[in-house]
Design a protein around this ligand. Sequence first.
Ligand SMILES: Cc1ncc(COP(=O)(O)O)c(C=O)c1O
Length: 423
Amino acid sequence: MSFDLEAVRAQFPALALSDNGMRRIYFDNPAGTQVPSVVANAVSDCLLNTNANLGGYFATAVAADAVVLSAREAMADFINAPSADEIVFGQNMTTMTLHLSRSIGRLLQAGDEIIVSQMDHDANVWPWVLLARDLDLEVKWLPFSAETYEFDLQVLDELISERTRLVCVGGASNLIGTINDVKTICAKARAAGAMSFIDGVQSAPHIATDVQDMGCDFFVCSSYKFFGPHQGILWGRRDVMEQLEPYKVRPSPAELPWCFETGTQSHEGIAGITATIDYFASIGSSMATEYASEWSQFSGRRRDVHAAMSLLFDYEKELASHLIDGLTSIAGITVQGVTAVDAYDRRVPTVSFTHASVAPDVVAEALAHQNIFVWSGHNYAVEAVKVLGIHESGGAIRVGPVHYNSKSEIDELLEALGPILAT
Ligand SMILES: Cc1ncc(COP(=O)(O)O)c(C=O)c1O
């Protein structure tokens, strides 16, 4: 069986909701996705049946321990982590990055260099710039081209020096949708003796993640971007994590991964992560069996979730192509991202565009009146909008389909845009 959109959509109650008689079209997904019922049920079940703190002798505490362990195992499957105890949970990617940057900073000294990118979301930029300010590090910026919307990795070679200690880049851009060649970037960092910190927030919802193949030292993501609850997840390579001094209070455990988890976690959110990964696995075993051979190095749920991601990405490429074809045929629109038909492997379906005369906020608000949900502005890709020259004009309109969206929803968006852009 191949991709069955109706079977997928039936699992997401929010997709059937309407407001004032108008169906909802969710293209706000890069800012947060809807959840399948199994996720909401797992959150609810945790709160209603296993609600306790960890480490106790009594039934609910023992069950809560199991909830957290299961989620670590599920996340290890999702990103092909070598071990579940390298998975750290926290509030969200930004908070976890700010927190871990403090520990990473203990390994750095004045004069060391770090590389951040002009394409990244500020959550993988500013924590490092602040660290550099505090420790007297030098910040080097990896640029991207406003023509190709990609990094030139020869420039990275020029930026890397014997003083480079950390390279921070995103797996995929939340604004222009480019998928970055993080495997090559991590290899270059490693060859120079530097660590790599990968922001996987926008790649994880769209493409299969394999942190071992990627060769990174840290990988962070957020499950609310991939059909789960509001929750941050960090993976760190064990030998690097073991060198870090955790910023923690004295009674909390000193061992990985607990030592990087500050205070009491959202166990209900963590329970929802397991259900999210099991949702992908169910797609893998029911719809993506012909993709399983691509992932024959894995077995069980690990293979199923990776096969699911391959299937979903293939479907998303169709959505991206449909959306970009439609947008580029509207006069006055510029797609701010990769559009070449042979480049859909190098972009997620997150498509930002600008119009020659109508401001992004105006378009987003007018679409909202038709219950079509999109974001406008810089979307926290603060440097990227400057590179694209759209900072002063209000950024871009971002349309972010995911695998539960349909081509007919894209058609409705394109139809709605006509009159809005004519005004
Ligand atoms: C690429 C990217 N990185 C980081 C973040 C921040 O994620 P969080 O809300 O989990 O802190 C976002 C949020 O939109 C993002 O798109």
